[in-house]
Design a protein around this ligand. Structure first.
Ligand SMILES: [Zn+2]
Length: 487
């Protein structure tokens, strides 16, 4: 993509025309960009909704009214239909998003770890390029405890109601382009939705909501008894208790789904409020808005609940919507599989911001903007899991603690590292990943597993050392406890 930087304006649409020699275009005919937009560096709003699976979003085909604001944004934006979160839980996934590096390289996979002192997060890159930067986060994993406050002029977290803070920041930042990172956590368990939010989805009485909370917290605790006790993972045999806890969650499946949807709806309202803060100040037109998630949520599809213990699509396929300034190319849908490692390089390119060499491992998605249906991918590692904290006895043997996802066309392979097994799915025909085709397609399975193995070997040679942990603040600890992550 570096070869395109010389002809890159801030609005991708103009980029399409200006770079016609390097990127043949079949995409929709350009309409003139507003002059105020074409001459200014765009602002950037990167908005992350924690634990939001792509298939619970209206723009991705969900029928219940979870996401009216996000759907409207999608109508004005580019929708990446097969985007993969870098990992199945918050900490490694958000670090990967901000550094554009896979977790096998940055190594931040257990709470308390921080990014390397030499790492260059997106905020630092944009700040160096003259952007005013602000972070408003509700999940501590996305902030200071992981070193992710680096590069932000304003850092507020953890907070529940970011919209007013965004307004204040916008009022003070008038002569500079800005980069705002927002991280909402509402769809994360324990799914304590209000009755008003639940109404469009199904009745769940307060007693059942409490049961959902207690059972999910109980299951989380059962998975980390060794980590909490400081003993090697797997020391405690509690397979039966874990299996029973999963069964108790199965019993609440319908209510769990309603509560999850209701919390998504609450998060969608907060997104709408934040967009209103921009709109009411006349700043939305020149803002690149990107909405993503850090991972999804398993709702019993492969036997599990919550997240971080598998890499099936319900856990790692994320919504990814880019609204270009002025809403250019609105409604474009891009079917090729991509990784959220690509978010930072894409922002850098669309804002004409130089990046330090070798800092970002993802690639800019500008070619997909230019050619939504023509650009293609070869095989690539879309997501991974490196478990160092929890122990899922029901799947320990079959999955191990490390899994790499390789996408290649419609193929999705999962290489389970420790047992050295591969699963192979045709995502177009089998989006639920129920029909493992490794026996029918052994050559493809072997090829993609070898690709994953080579990738992991190369990644290890580039590994950086995370910083030593610093103690969490009392407030951050309390919030992680409320989410069930610490005892
Ligand atoms: Zn998360």
């Amino acid at each position: 993509m570096k070869r395109l930087l010389g002809c890159l304006p801030v609005v991708a649409l103009v980029w399409v025309a200006a770079c016609a020699d390097t990127a043949p275009v079949e995409s929709p005919s350009p309409s003139p960009a507003p002059s105020a937009v074409a001459n200014a560096r765009p602002n950037v709003l990167l908005y992350l909704i924690d634990t939001l699976r792509a298939d619970r979003v209206g723009a991705y085909g969900y029928e219940a009214p979870t996401t009216p604001a996000l759907d409207a944004l999608a109508g004005e934006g580019l929708v990446f239909e097969q985007a993969y979160a870098p990992g199945p839980w918050t900490l490694p996934s958000v670090v990967s998003l901000m550094l554009s590096q896979p977790m096998c390289r940055h190594g931040v996979v257990v709470d308390g770890m921080k990014i390397s002192a030499r790492a260059t997060p997106l905020a630092a890159v944009l700040g160096e390029a003259g952007y005013a930067t602000a972070s408003f986060i509700a999940n501590s994993y996305a902030g200071r405890p992981a070193g992710l406050e680096r590069g932000f002029d304003v850092y507020e977290g953890p907070i529940d109601e970011p919209a007013p803070s965004v307004g204040a920041f916008l009022d003070e930042t008038k002569d500079q382009p800005f980069f705002i990172y927002m991280h909402d956590v509402r769809p994360h368990d324990p799914h304590e939705a209000t009755q008003e939010s639940l109404a469009p989805f199904g009745h769940v009485d307060p007693k059942t909501l409490k049961r959902i909370r207690n059972r999910s917290l109980q299951y989380r605790r059962l998975t980390r008894v060794d980590h909490t006790a400081g003993t090697p993972l797997g020391s405690t045999e509690n397979t039966n208790e874990q299996t029973a806890a999963l069964t108790r969650l199965d019993e609440l499946a319908a209510s769990y789904g309603h509560a999850y949807d209701a919390r998504i709806r609450e998060a969608d309202r907060k997104l709408a409020q934040t967009l209103d803060q921009l709109r009411s100040r006349g700043q939305l037109a020149n803002t690149l808005v990107i909405v993503v998630s850090d991972h999804g949520e398993e709702l019993g599809e492969h036997g599990g609940w919550l997240h971080d213990h598998s890499v099936y699509d319900e856990v790692v396929r994320a919504p990814f919507i880019i609204r270009l300034p002025g809403g250019e190319l609105g409604g474009t849908r891009i079917n090729a599989a991509v990784s959220l490692l690509d978010v930072a390089p894409t922002i850098a390119e669309l804002t004409d911001t130089p990046t330090p060499s070798d800092a970002f491992e993802g690639r800019s998605l500008a070619p997909f903007v230019a050619q939504p249906h023509g650009a293609t991918n070869g095989p690539f590692v879309a997501s991974m899991r490196m478990n160092r904290k929890k122990y899922y006895r029901p799947w320990k043997r079959s999955r191990g603690d490390q899994n790499l996802v390789v996408r290649d066309g419609d193929w999705k392979a999962i290489w389970n590292v420790e047992p050295d097994t591969v699963e192979l799915y045709d995502i177009a025909k089998d989006p639920g990943e129920k029909n493992d085709l490794r026996a029918l397609e052994p050559q493809t399975a072997t090829r993609l597993a070898a690709f994953a193995r080579d990738y992991l070997e190369r990644c290890k040679t580039r590994r950086t050392t995370p910083e030593r942990p610093t103690p969490l603040s009392a407030e951050a600890t309390e919030r992680l406890r409320a989410l069930g992550y610490v005892d």
